[in-house]
Write a protein that binds this ligand. Structure first.
Ligand SMILES: NC(=O)c1ccc[n+]([C@@H]2O[C@H](COP(=O)([O-])OP(=O)(O)OC[C@H]3O[C@@H](n4cnc5c(N)ncnc54)[C@H](O)[C@@H]3O)[C@@H](O)[C@H]2O)c1
Length: 325
């Protein structure tokens, strides 16, 4: 292995992928980003070359793999909007499932054995109980979650048949921005609570709508497990290293194990911004469970991964610094 092993990072021009590229570079890897820029940003690719291409394009994947000879793949490329997946499921199955199949076949044919895959808590659907462990039932309640679970199943089959070693990382709510201020969250359209709250504060967006305040939670709003994107990025590099000594298909929850309510997040945004978040209360959104909180014990134990930036204050402060750049 060379001193700086090359890692192919699909979707590396996007939010989580760009932070993973920085973490890879800091640990001595050479990330090569493969992204069609449908939602990514060229300016977020700072730690290695950008190869523009679509994961569904086998010829392009083959050419990029032949040129860079990656030792492993981190696979972030996907569509990620739950609502859009309900309205247009074909778009999600084509990109997230067929696209992943194209990538897996390219990896098989080029003998690339290690894969770190971006999965999601949406694979669990509405859990029977929290915190959620990795072996909880997989019962996605929308095509986005189903597409990610289907991709995990394909990965497991490729692991069994072809010796692929894989880690599916099931993130809970990714949030925050690079503490160094180099990159941050830039979804278009934006669908995540913290950037939407900040846009409401600064007038860059409309007042925030809270989807329901009558849930069976202490303040009536939904509880989620927010994980700092830099902690996620760190977990990806740890998973990559861990796969050196592992086999088969593996899955890890990435969360803190602690929930924060929508109201607690708004309070944190107001503290950091020093201004109220203009908002109104709307009806509940279909398919929003009251509480989603991870049990991250497996990642803590196996990957020696302990989040260090995922307290709400740090998440919101780094997101605010990025928002105000
Ligand atoms: N953001 C979250 O809270 C969250 C939570 C759980 C899981 N995830 C998963 O993490 C991954 C990254 O999410 P994100 O928030 O960074 O999204 P993002 O939209 O910022 O990044 C996705 C990237 O993939 C690229 N892409 C999409 N389809 C492609 C294709 N066919 N070929 C090449 N590139 C393609 C996009 O241009 C974009 O740069 C996704 O797989 C998502 O499902 C995200």
């Amino acid at each position: 292995m060379s001193l700086a092993p090359t890692i192919l990072v699909t979707g590396g021009a996007g939010y989580v992928g760009a932070h993973a590229c920085k973490a890879l570079a800091v640990r001595g890897y050479s990330p090569v980003v493969f992204d069609n820029l449908v939602h990514g940003h060229e300016g977020a690719v700072k730690w290695g070359p950008l190869e523009i291409g679509d994961i569904a394009d086998r010829a392009r994947l083959d050419a990029v793999i032949a040129a860079h000879r990656p030792a492993a793949v981190m696979h972030f490329a996907a569509f990620t909007y739950v609502g859009e997946s309900v309205a247009d499921p074909g778009k999600y199955y084509r990109n997230n499932v067929a696209g992943t199949l194209s990538l897996l076949e390219a990896m098989r044919d080029h003998h690339i054995e290690r894969l770190v895959f971006s999965s999601t808590a949406a694979t669990y659907g509405t859990p029977d109980s929290v915190p959620i462990t990795e072996d909880a039932a997989k019962a996605p309640i929308n095509p986005y979650g189903q597409s990610k679970w289907t991709a995990e199943c394909m990965i497991a089959d490729f692991a069994a048949a072809h010796g692929l070693r894989a880690a599916a990382l099931r993130y809970f709510n990714a949030a925050g921005a690079d503490p160094g201020g180099e990159i941050g969250e830039l979804h278009e359209p934006e669908a995540h609570l913290i950037p939407l709250a900040m846009q409401a504060v600064t007038g860059d967006g409309p007042p925030l709508t809270l989807f329901g305040d009558d849930y069976p939670t202490p303040d009536g709003t939904c509880i989620r497990d927010y994980i700092h994107v830099a902690d996620l990025a760190d977990a990806h590099v740890r998973a990559l290293d861990w796969l050196d000594g592992a086999s088969g298909a593996n899955a890890f929850n990435l969360g803190t194990g602690h929930g924060a309510s929508v109201r607690q997040v708004l309070d944190a945004v107001e503290r950091v911004a020093g201004k109220p978040v203009p908002h109104s209360i709307g009806p509940r959104r279909a398919g929003d469970p009251a509480e989603l909180v991870s049990d991250p014990a497996k990642a803590n134990r196996e990957l020696s991964w302990v989040p260090s930036m995922s307290d709400l204050e740090t998440i919101v402060a780094t997101a605010w610094a990025w928002h105000r750049r």
